[in-house]
Design a protein around this ligand. Structure first.
Ligand code: PLP
Length: 385
């Protein structure tokens, strides 16, 4: 079956080179990396090789890399580490457009003794920086702000923000799950204390992530157990997946140029092609300062889910801008925070590309989507076109 996969911000295809890298650690070298014999040493050495590769992608040192099970675990660990390390500080700053991995934890903490400031965004998805700066206080335990938004691709000025945060001596964490591998990130350039990334957004398998912790940052483990990861995360390491992540990090660095040229050009072609062919459609969010692979387009007077179902018939995969909660189709919290009108938020589709997409696939979508929207609009009582 020929799948046109345009949902790479949800998850990515595991790269063939990555599968090749992990197989020996499933089939042959299955030793526990903590064991003393040389058979297990192969696994331990691979672990350290992967750590160096992940560090290299971030401009970090290997000791600053902790392997986790996913981006969500990395986010949770960072926030919980900051608040347990400084238990007298009771204020957290984050944004209104974070992924649920951060948003739901912060909402949970707001019901459990913490005051949380959720910084708003404007209609283009850009942060209200004045509001943010005004809310930094001596009581702030951590600022957690995503590097790039998973729905719109809008990039936040992390390096600028971190400077203000560090001047006040506050811990800074960024959820860079969508940014890593798509835009250059260098821990030497900004004093970020902690950063999260996830393997499955980078052509590694699901179930492996990284938490970067800058040397000297106060830290306490979230997963308390064995001495693994230098006592910073208990649990026998997932060697094959960590090997995969190391390889994926290496490939991401090698593919960064293509991501920002060929993939970006394909994204622009898709976006321009659809906007030209379909009336009453607009991009959600800032167009310039955006991940090269992402576009979120609102098609007025249609339901995103209906579009997805009809695209599914043609084996085209993308995401809608709605969250199907308790039977009611609510537009996503990100589009709501941006004030995208309901008529457009309901019909928003996120397309997210990768280096595996081709020109032919984009031509196919540009040809097939306009008649889908037209058909659906004809059924809509609100469409007066
Ligand atoms: N943060 C962002 C911005 C994401 O897009 C995602 C996944 O979609 C996550 C965190 C969670 O990552 P994981 O699925 O590895 O837990």
């Amino acid at each position: 079956m020929n799948i046109i996969y345009l949902d790479n911000n949800a998850t990515t295809r595991v790269a063939p080179e990555v599968i090749e890298e992990m197989l020996p650690y499933l089939e042959n070298f299955y030793g526990n990396p903590s064991s003393m014999y040389s058979f297990a040493e192969k696994a331990a050495l691979k672990l350290e090789e992967a750590r160096s590769k992940a560090a290299s992608l971030l401009g970090a040192t290997p000791e600053e890399i902790i392997f986790t099970s996913c981006g969500s675990e990395s986010d949770s660990t960072a926030i919980q580490a900051a608040i347990t390390s400084d238990p007298y500080k009771k204020h957290i700053i984050t944004t209104r457009v974070e992924h649920p991995a951060v948003k739901n934890l912060c909402e949970h903490l707001s019901k459990n003794g913490y005051r949380v400031t959720f910084v708003p965004v404007d209609g283009q998805g850009n942060l209200d920086l004045d509001y943010f700066y005004k809310n930094l206080t001596d009581d702030t335990a951590i600022v957690s702000i995503m590097w790039a938004n998973n729905e719109t691709g809008v990039i936040f000025p992390i390096e600028e923000i971190v400077e203000a945060v560090k001047k006040k001596g506050i811990v800074f964490h960024t959820d860079a799950v969508q940014a890593v591998g798509k835009i250059p990130i260098d821990m030497k350039k900004a004093e970020i204390d902690m950063l999260s990334l996830s393997g499955h957004k980078l052509h590694a398998p699901k179930g492996v992530g990284v938490l970067y912790v800058r040397k000297g940052t106060k830290f306490s483990p979230f997963l308390i157990g064995g001495h693994q990861e230098h006592g910073r995360r208990g649990g026998t390491e997932n060697v094959a997946s960590i090997a995969a992540l190391g390889k994926a990090a290496e490939l991401a660095a090698a593919n960064m140029e293509e991501e920002n040229t060929r993939v970006k050009a394909l994204r622009d072609k898709l976006e321009n092609g659809l906007l030209k062919a379909i009336p009453n459609a607009a991009v959600n969010g800032e167009k310039e300062n955006r991940l090269p692979n992402t576009t979120s387009i609102g098609f007025e007077y249609v339901e995103g889910e209906a579009i997805l179902l009809m695209m599914n018939e043609l084996n085209i995969c993308a995401s809608s801008g709605s969250a199907c909660t308790s039977g009611s189709l609510e537009p996503s919290h990100v589009l709501r925070a941006m004030g995208v009108p309901f008529t457009s938020a309901h019909g928003s589709i996120r397309f997210s590309l990768s280096v595996y997409n081709t020109d032919e696939e984009i031509d196919f979508v540009i040809k097939k989507l306009p008649p889908i929207i037209e058909t659906l609009r004809k059924m809509s009582p609100f469409w007066k076109g």
